[in-house]
Design a protein around this ligand. Structure first.
Ligand code: ZN
Length: 465
């Protein structure tokens, strides 16, 4: 599509400039004052144009359990989550729609969905999410969540001998599903990408990691996993490998510039150097980390070591929303308490760069998206600077990142196609989505998770509680 955004504010170095932005064949063709009009015109006056952000880690189907999950650490929380995980493909579709919409309306134009697969309906689950993301028009990076060990294996055994049930599906069968998903759905030019996404060292064998590396190399796929989200996982890595999880993943060749790793809380200084050397990306999910008491990721250390960092909301059951601007704000100012030297703190402009270019780098698409640069695809967001929450007029990026912006996304384009206009997603019927989410859910209070009852005593023992 061709269009011209006129008189829009952009940020360059330490200043704001009012310019016109021409988009020709879905790519940014010119940025300068007083350009000729090409294609449709959009009035950019009193608006700020930024590259679209990347919601670099989430689990869309968790939307169905947001607000109700117990106040638990990850290991117990996961047991509860899976006891009540939805099996219905229509629900998978609807929560992917909801995740896309909330991401878009908080500045994101790309989403990484570490998608929980319904057993026996794995390809159908992926198809339902693909259908939703294609309908909305957001750029989708679907990372089917796989494992080959049962949930109890994710908790360190301590001094006791623990027997774990075998996982219900073989490693080979799981890898076959991913390969089939790549063949059916991986269409980067159409904005739909499949990633290899072993959930993490806590539930995956080396055979699964190695199979994923092989698929990633053969089909040029990005790699995505959780990494050292909890203290328990740090202990587990030592039990399993006799070294840190990062050392082990480096040894088996999983790390690299196409690898993004969610959380990365319990890493030591050597691990951080390894992430920098391998050019791996850290996805920071501050709200989930606070909600589950997982810890504070050493983000300032990553940035100083030259590690690429982006932001994610994480699934809505551990957040309990998909507001990317909120994740960026908390994920930026949280670290001021970890380092007295304020010169190391994250500035609002740095936050914007991490959320856009940082996200793109982690997905190996920094050549295509992530900044307002000539030749890049038009993944753009226009913020309304007359919104009450962005007034009075001060520093637009400062207030967008540090304030409490509400209903500020005026327009958004993905790959040159406008999918948000005048504060509304225009590709799907939002009223219908609201109605479906309402009709398919119930107000509830406390639930009892049988799996939590089974593992809680052991968990408390090994964590010295
Ligand atoms: Zn996650």
């Amino acid at each position: 599509m061709n269009f011209t955004i006129q008189n829009v504010l952009i940020s360059i170095d330490d200043a704001y400039l009012t310019v016109d932005v021409q988009v020709v064949n879905d790519k940014i063709a010119a940025i300068a004052p007083n350009l000729d009009v090409i294609g449709t015109t959009f009035d950019g006056s009193n608006k700020l144009l930024l590259p679209g952000f990347v919601n670099a880690h989430t689990h869309s189907s968790e939307m169905w359990q947001r607000g109700i999950m117990s106040i638990f650490p990850l290991e117990l929380w996961l047991a509860e989550l899976y006891d009540f995980a939805p099996l219905d493909l229509e629900k998978v579709y609807l929560s992917a729609l909801g995740t896309a919409v909330e991401t878009l309306l908080s500045g994101g134009t790309s989403v990484v969905d570490h998608l929980v697969l319904t057993p026996g309906l794995e390809l159908e689950t992926i198809a339902a999410a693909v259908r939703a993301y294609r309908e909305v028009g957001i750029r989708a990076f679907i990372a089917p969540l796989i494992q080959d060990e049962s949930l109890s294996a994710g908790i360190p055994s301590g001094k006791s001998v623990q027997n774990h049930d075998p996982y219900f599906r073989s490693t080979a069968a799981t890898l076959q599903i991913i390969e089939e998903a790549v063949k059916q759905f991986h269409r980067p030019d159409e904005g739909v990408n499949i990633l290899v996404a072993p959930t993490g060292i806590q539930l995956c064998s080396d055979a699964l990691f190695t199979g994923c590396i092989e698929l990633s190399d053969r089909y040029n796929l990005c790699r995505h996993s959780h990494l050292l989200e909890t203290k328990a996982q740090e202990k587990l890595a030592q039990e399993k490998y006799g070294c840190t999880a990062v050392e082990h993943l480096q040894r088996i060749g999983y790390l690299g510039d196409r690898t993004s790793l969610a959380h990365c809380i319990w890493l030591n200084d050597t691990d951080i150097k390894i992430l920098a050397q391998t050019q791996s990306t850290v996805v920071h999910n501050p709200l989930s980390n606070l909600r589950l008491g997982s810890g504070i990721a050493p983000i300032l250390k990553y940035l100083q070591a030259g590690v690429n960092v982006s932001f994610g909301c994480d699934g809505a059951s551990s957040n309990d929303s998909q507001d990317l601007l909120e994740a960026i704000k908390i994920g930026s100012i949280l670290h001021n308490i970890t380092d007295l030297d304020y010169q190391n703190w994250i500035t609002p402009k740095k936050s914007v760069e991490m959320a856009s270019l940082g996200g793109a780098k982690g997905l190996n698409v920094a050549e295509k998206i992530g900044s307002l640069s000539l030749g890049k695809q038009a993944d753009l967001v226009l913020y309304d600077l007359t919104s009450l929450s962005l007034l009075p007029r001060t520093d637009p990026i400062g207030l967008l990142i540090l304030g409490r912006p509400t209903n500020v996304v005026h327009s958004a384009w993905v790959n040159g196609k406008q999918i948000v206009s005048n504060h509304h997603v225009n590709t799907i019927n939002i009223d219908k989505l609201r109605q479906e989410l309402f009709n398919r859910s119930q107000w509830e209070t406390k639930r009892k998770s049988p799996s939590v009852a089974q593992i809680e005593t052991h968990y408390r023992q090994i964590m010295d509680l």
